[in-house]
Design a protein around this ligand. Structure first.
Ligand SMILES: [Zn+2]
Length: 281
């Protein structure tokens, strides 16, 4: 599932490839991909003649400011991918939505599991797009301060892993980077948030920023005419400390990496490097 670094990488790629290009039309192949109550025809009518001014990312949402008016929003969810290609390229059966540009190029939304969403809105997306209003601070934003994170942890009896996945607490973190940051922080995923001592909370906050930054740096280098998000198999997967490594030796101490289920999600950890009590400082 794409998380903040993957979405940020896609956002940067879209800014390199699509800005200022005029949209010639749209085609919705699966109507429920459209999140806003627009009909397929309305979507095509409204997007035709627009051009993309700028892409931004908020949490795991992609937002494009359109000229002359409106916004295009995309959430990739579990398996969504955006491809930038020539419009005459063969269609995958999982193609859900297409946006055509005047120079024969196309932005194609492909989504196997069909949880992904595309919005086309005229008003402020932070008001009209469900989910955006409730997002917590960006991990690199000033709002994600030591005081803020300490307060959020202090008042929660949920496992810290569960807290990190809550987009209302901090935006953009998913299963991969939560596991990685907890490893780097020396904290067991099931530790109750309120039982973490303040130094462990601050260490975790800094590790969240570091693992996300490293993943962005690994991903955002090359863009051609082909743009793709591969989520789990993306740039960070190959160098993960614990994520997806159950049964393999810890890269630090050699202990076998274990996996537990928390809130229905798999959590990977090293039983030696991540102590059962509060975080190792
Ligand atoms: Zn270890």
């Amino acid at each position: 599932m794409p998380e903040l670094p993957e979405v940020e990488t896609v956002c940067r790629g879209l800014n390199q490839l699509t800005l200022g290009r005029k949209i010639e039309g749209g085609e919705v192949l699966l109507s429920r991909t459209l999140a806003h109550p627009l009909s397929v025809t309305e979507f095509n009518d409204k997007i035709t003649g627009s051009s993309i001014q700028l892409w931004t990312r908020r949490g795991k949402y992609l937002l494009a400011r359109l000229q002359p008016t409106g916004w295009l929003g995309v959430h990739l969810r579990m398996t969504g991918q955006l491809l930038w290609l020539e419009a005459d390229k063969p269609l995958s059966v999982h193609t859900r939505l297409r946006i055509f540009f005047t120079d024969g190029q196309e932005l194609r939304f492909i989504d196997t599991r069909t949880f992904g969403k595309v919005w086309l809105v005229q008003d402020d997306p932070f008001i009209v797009m469900g989910g955006l209003q409730n997002l917590g601070p960006e991990p690199f934003g000033e709002d994600f301060s030591p005081q803020y994170f300490l307060q959020q942890c202090g008042k929660s009896r949920r496992p810290i892993k569960t807290l990190l996945l809550d987009q209302r607490v901090v935006a953009g973190i998913g299963n991969i980077y939560a596991d990685e940051a907890l490893f780097k922080g020396g904290i067991r995923p099931e530790t109750l948030s309120c039982e973490l001592p303040p130094p462990a909370v601050e260490k975790l906050r800094l590790q969240i920023q570091e693992v996300l930054q490293q993943a962005i740096a690994a991903g955002g280098t090359t863009f051609s005419d082909f743009l793709q998000v591969t989520g789990v198999n993306g740039n960070y997967g190959g160098i993960a400390w614990v994520y997806g490594r159950r049964g393999q030796p810890c890269r630090v101490c050699g202990t076998t990496i274990e996996r537990v289920k928390l809130g229905g999600r798999s959590s990977h950890f090293c039983p030696q490097c991540q102590r059962k009590t509060s975080g190792r400082i």
